[in-house]
Write a protein that binds this ligand. Structure first.
Ligand code: ZN
Length: 697
């Protein structure tokens, strides 16, 4: 069981150091002990229910309810104990039970689930409770001007620093922990938002020695908010330890890159809602981040098109594609559903889940215990253990994830708080902005010296008026460029598939001189910097100067046994914003140049994502995740995946010696292979959603 930890970043770093090489084993044991990875077909059952519908919950029947879950092949489900309306769905003595519910939903559903081996979490809406808001005005969240924020539709915020915590929330959690056959808690809406009630002000003054006002920096207010919930979770842990130590704590936002680790560490597993919007990259981004943590995290989608509770139903192909992205990247498959007003479930949803979770079921034994191979890491800008990292999922991070995924780089997204785990990686990528604990820079310097390869872009090392690690990069930083766009031409060794013309990078660039480093690309100024009354043709991007500037666009330096690349522009953010393919091609060319022998290769476009895993028995598993996305409509539409047509004959290579057999799972079909030096080469005959190629050594 994972106990709530506390301490500074330094404490955590020291603790990790003390564990040395045992971190990986600990993490696997910890994950197994949660039962999380043995129950990876998970549904979050939304059940927010007002009291005005005449037929509210009149037809709930536990046996019929759970029969649907069984048909849908679900083996972990969150069941509602209390919803956003503040209505409880069990026989509470301290809260308000929904007036339409004659029976004890939570008990009956949980008991029935247990009979069928389905794990259950009791859902508790923490900071949104309309009933409490209406009946106890002094529990309400208070805005800086002393007013209560207006109710948004049915929702209303209460503050967990008021007596709401002691008089309702914790007593209700104790009822559940003591009396209910569930396996844990799912705490939702964990934050009150920036609150200025008298209790928040009192607590802030005691904890921080100053007055809580609007002039306190927003990030500090948010840290106080998260850490207030962390203190609630510690009290919940105490209740659990008193009544049923087997119960797990699961909190929404736990495990997110942006959530303070001080908050995430109070959980047994976390929740990262990653519903696709304009693209399907969000599950991969979340999975690649959370799989580096010592606790599992639900990477969660929904069966609805446009968001929670709209009661639309995605087609099987769409949900299966999303599940393939989750399990192919080493996570569980999780989706949200919604109960009908009368307390029943929609059979069509469980017919769809039967197929999509059936797809997961057929592959889970193959992926059980497998770990993604560590090779490259995008180092996420996270500065403090007890603060949110509001820049860690920004456009530069998203662009780096997209570019590396489409270039089939084997990579994770590693929080800078976990810098001590960097020794397991060969390549580190720094995006923007520069928001790291100071301990990160000397660690990176030593890591490169010992043989690591650093790839830094734009302002990723510029902080507080200085440019860190210039000696490692072999450059002399001058200035941020005055121009808002730049052009570049790669040196012949990196030209690759790029067209032979000045290539745009519509982003900030930086002027540096080589000081030992070699130039990988030349930097061209634009003809002018455009302003409203001074422009040249295209107002955003004037043509390049004929002659290159004195500065490089990218450099490569040798430092100790390692290498360091600097790309002197915000290339990842530009790629995210504009999708200019030559930016990805340049990133790919840089990787091929500095990493000529990667763990795997796939001769296929970025429509297929690769992830190489090491199975529990030592075999290598090359996962090929296929996104066959339909046309994008209006911005608010999500690209449809109504059907997926298989793709065939994908040429792949995996770095492995002494290979005995290559086969396509789960069918176990043998694939012809050829040992070519350090690599085994083969052609995958066909994949639909997810090809899992087992390389037996
Ligand atoms: Zn408050």
């Amino acid at each position: 069981m994972l106990h709530c930890r506390s301490g500074t970043t330094g404490d955590i770093l020291r603790r990790n150091r003390a564990h040395g090489g045992r971190v990986k084993e600990d993490s696997r044991v910890k994950k197994d002990s949660n039962g999380f990875y043995s129950h990876i077909r998970q549904v979050h059952m939304d059940f927010h229910m007002p009291e005005f519908p005449k037929n509210a919950i009149t037809n709930f029947d536990a046996k019929a309810f759970v029969k649907h879950l069984v048909h849908g092949k679900i083996n972990m489900v969150a069941l509602f104990a209390k919803c956003h309306f503040g209505n409880s769905f069990y026989d509470t003595r301290v809260g308000h039970k929904h007036t339409g519910l004659p029976n004890d939903f939570l008990r009956e559903a949980a008991e029935e689930c247990r009979k069928h081996g389905i794990r259950t979490l009791a859902y508790y809406s923490l900071s949104t409770d309309k009933w409490a808001y209406d009946h106890y005005p002094h529990w309400r969240k208070v805005a800086a001007d002393g007013t209560h924020p207006p109710v948004n539709g049915p929702w209303a915020r209460v503050c967990i620093n008021t007596p709401y915590r002691e008089e309702l929330a914790l007593p209700q959690c104790e009822e559940i922990a003591r009396d209910y056959p569930v396996d844990g808690f799912f705490i939702d809406i964990p934050l009150s938002g920036r609150c200025f009630c008298r209790w928040c002000k009192e607590k802030f003054a005691v904890l921080h020695g100053k007055e809580l006002t609007e002039s306190v920096p927003g990030i500090e207010q948010d840290a106080f908010d998260y850490n207030s919930t962390a203190r609630f979770l510690k009290e919940l842990r105490h209740i659990i330890n008193t009544h049923n130590p087997e119960l797990k704590i699961v909190t929404n936002r736990g495990g997110h890159l942006y959530s303070p680790r001080s908050f995430s560490d109070c959980n047994d597993f976390g929740v990262w809602e990653s519903q696709p919007k304009s693209n399907y990259l969000s599950h991969s981004f979340a999975c690649r981040a959370v799989r580096t943590l010592d606790m599992p995290v639900q990477v969660m989608s929904v069966r609805f098109y446009q968001g929670w509770g709209d009661l639309s139903l995605k087609p099987t192909a769409q949900m299966t594609t999303e599940f393939a992205a989750m399990i192919g990247n080493g996570c569980a498959a999780t989706s949200g559903d919604q109960v009908n007003v009368d307390g029943t479930l929609q059979p069509a949803v469980y017919d769809m889940f039967n197929k999509s979770f059936g797809f997961v079921e057929a592959r889970e034994a193959i992926l059980a215990g497998a770990e993604s191979v560590k090779h490259a890491a995008i180092l996420a800008p996270v500065a403090r253990y007890d603060y949110p990292a509001d820049v860690a999922e920004g456009p530069a991070m998203q662009g780096a994830h997209k570019a590396l995924l489409e270039s089939h780089v084997q990579f994770d997204i590693l929080s800078a708080l976990d810098i001590d785990k960097l020794d397991a990686y060969k390549i580190a990528v720094l995006t923007e902005p520069c928001s790291f604990d100071p301990a990160v820079f000397p660690k990176l310097e030593q890591w490169v010296k010992k043989g690591g390869t650093l790839v830094a872009a734009g302002s990723s090392l510029i902080e507080g008026g200085r440019f860190h690690l210039q000696e490692v990069l072999g450059i002399d930083f001058i200035d941020p460029s005055v121009f808002s766009v730049s052009h570049f031409k790669p040196e012949p060794a990196l030209a690759g598939a790029m067209d032979d013309l000045p290539l745009q990078c519509r982003a900030k660039s930086y002027k540096v001189f080589c000081k030992g480093a070699d130039r990988l690309a030349r930097y061209y100024y634009p003809q002018t910097e455009c302003t409203p009354d001074h422009a040249f043709r295209n107002p955003q991007c004037p043509p390049a100067n004929d002659e290159p500037s004195p500065y490089p666009f990218a450099t490569l330096n040798t430092y100790g046994k390692g290498k360091a690349v600097y790309i002197a522009a915000s290339i990842f953010e530009a790629y995210w914003r504009y999708n200019h393919h030559w930016l990805r091609q340049f990133v790919e060319a840089v990787f091929k140049h500095v990493d000529p022998a990667p763990p795997c290769r796939a001769d296929i476009s970025g429509i297929v994502e690769t992830n190489l895993m090491r199975a529990a028995n030592g075999d290598l598993l090359l996962n090929l995740i296929h996104y066959q996305v339909g046309h994008q409509g209006a911005r608010e539409a999500i690209p449809a995946i109504e059907s997926v047509h298989p793709i065939t004959q994908i040429a792949c290579q995996v770095k492995a010696a002494g290979v005995k057999q290559v086969r396509l799972e789960p069918a176990g079909t043998e694939i012809a292979f050829k040992q070519d030096g350090d690599y085994v080469a083969f052609s995958v005959p066909q994949i639909e959603y997810l090809g899992i190629v087992r390389v037996v050594t």
